[in-house]
Design a protein around this ligand. Structure first.
Ligand SMILES: Nc1ncnc2c1ncn2[C@@H]1O[C@H](COP(=O)(O)OP(=O)(O)OP(=O)(O)O)[C@@H](O)[C@H]1O
Length: 361
């Protein structure tokens, strides 16, 4: 799939633009703080219905604007799909797919598959577990509406249960009502864990192949799911830790505490890997995401690469550029590095300055 047209109005500092990206690598270059990431954010929003930078939709509306519009056309085999986004200051966002309002975000997924590479993604291995959960959730939500629903329900119930735990501290008799939440929490929690396990088993194989290619067969990667409770054990753990949960006023067990372990030749990369190995591992995991989307959906995802080349050495830059050759990519950078020049044509260059995006030719 590929994005054939993007129109924006009042989106962050991008006042008004209409561009026709090409099928290959599109490079957006310019000084810092000109609007390059803002542009990628608008595309990401169309794919997922949310920003990769903020949970607060109003923050994306231009400072002096009342509303913001994004429209993209996605070309798939022989058909075109249109996504329209409308952000307003005081009301809920509106998203439409081919002119039909999207009622649940899950209905948007699948219109446009994206894989984002940002400097934060390259820090995936060394960051905290929250980043790693986000990594698997983003991918899984794009691929499975059921997962998206289960995850949403899980977090909704978790919040209710945590509120009730705090109430029980003040009024112990309320403990009788806790089982209502517990049953649902366990049900959705087990489903989330099962999906994560399956996903990481597949990602493990694909990422190992990627790392193998990246290091010329030197490093052998394993990606291992580290659930907070073993599959099938959540009910028992919730029951066992009930008094602790009440005492702390929060739920201490469940997939909201999951993690992923990356190891190279049996050693945990986060602890023993060099910085280069940590980044290469993250890069392999991200590239494996592309492979997985392709395998699962038969579609090529659109890649959003936000200033990642500057984070990689020359060999890894070259591997990344070779790996994305043939896929539609939106790549931002402050200057056009030699490695980029080799892979792009001049008509795929866009200069970004003060919220304006100008095709190079
Ligand atoms: N809601 C908004 N309305 C208008 N401008 C905004 C809004 N949010 C952010 N900006 C502006 O957007 C600019 C940052 O744009 P962006 O994050 O795209 O930078 P960039 O070109 O990717 O730079 P870098 O290379 O430093 O990442 C800042 O000048 C910021 O003030």
């Amino acid at each position: 799939m590929q994005i054939s047209e993007v129109s924006l109005r009042g989106f962050r500092n991008l006042e008004e633009l209409n561009i026709h990206p090409s099928a290959g690598i599109n490079v957006f270059y310019g000084k810092n703080a000109q609007g390059k990431t803002n542009f990628l954010e608008s595309l990401y929003f169309c794919a997922t219905g949310r920003s990769m930078r903020t949970k607060l939709d109003w923050q994306m509306i231009g400072f002096d604007k009342e509303e913001s519009h994004i429209r993209i056309l996605v070309q798939k085999n022989n058909r075109k799909e249109r996504i329209d986004v409308h952000l307003k200051r005081d009301t809920k966002k509106g998203i439409a797919r081919n002119g039909v309002p999207v009622k649940k975000l899950g209905d948007l997924f699948g219109t446009l598959y994206t894989v984002v590479f940002s400097p934060e993604d390259l820090a995936l291995v060394k960051e905290g577990p929250g980043e790693r959960r986000r990594f698997m959730d983003l991918e899984l939500c794009q691929l499975s509406r059921i997962y998206y629903y289960d995850l949403q329900q899980y977090y909704r119930i978790l919040k209710q249960r945590n509120n009730l735990l705090k109430e029980i501290q003040k009024k112990p008799s309320l403990q009788e009502t806790l089982f209502v939440w517990d049953d649902q929490l366990i049900d959705f929690g087990e489903r989330v864990m099962a999906a994560r396990k399956g996903f990481l088993q597949r990602l493990d194989i694909l990422a190992a192949q990627r790392l193998n290619a990246l290091t010329g067969g030197l490093d052998h990667l394993k990606i291992i799911y580290r659930p907070n409770c073993e599959l099938g054990q959540m009910a028992e753990r919730i029951k066992r830790n009930l008094q602790r949960d009440i005492y702390l006023g929060t739920t201490n067990n469940g997939p909201h505490k999951d993690d992923i372990l990356f190891s190279i030749d049996g050693k945990e990369v986060k602890i023993f890997g060099s910085q280069g190995q940590q980044r290469t591992t993250a890069l392999a995991a991200k590239l494996a995401e592309i492979d997985l989307i392709r395998e699962e959906t038969g579609e090529e995802p659109v890649l959003l690469l936000d200033d990642v080349l500057s984070e990689l050495d020359e060999r890894r830059q070259k591997y990344l550029m070779e790996s994305i050759d043939g896929l539609q990519s939106f790549l931002t950078c402050t200057g056009i590095e030699d490695v980029v020049k080799k892979y792009i044509r001049s008509e795929n260059l866009f200069y970004v300055e003060k919220g304006r995006i100008l095709p190079e030719n």
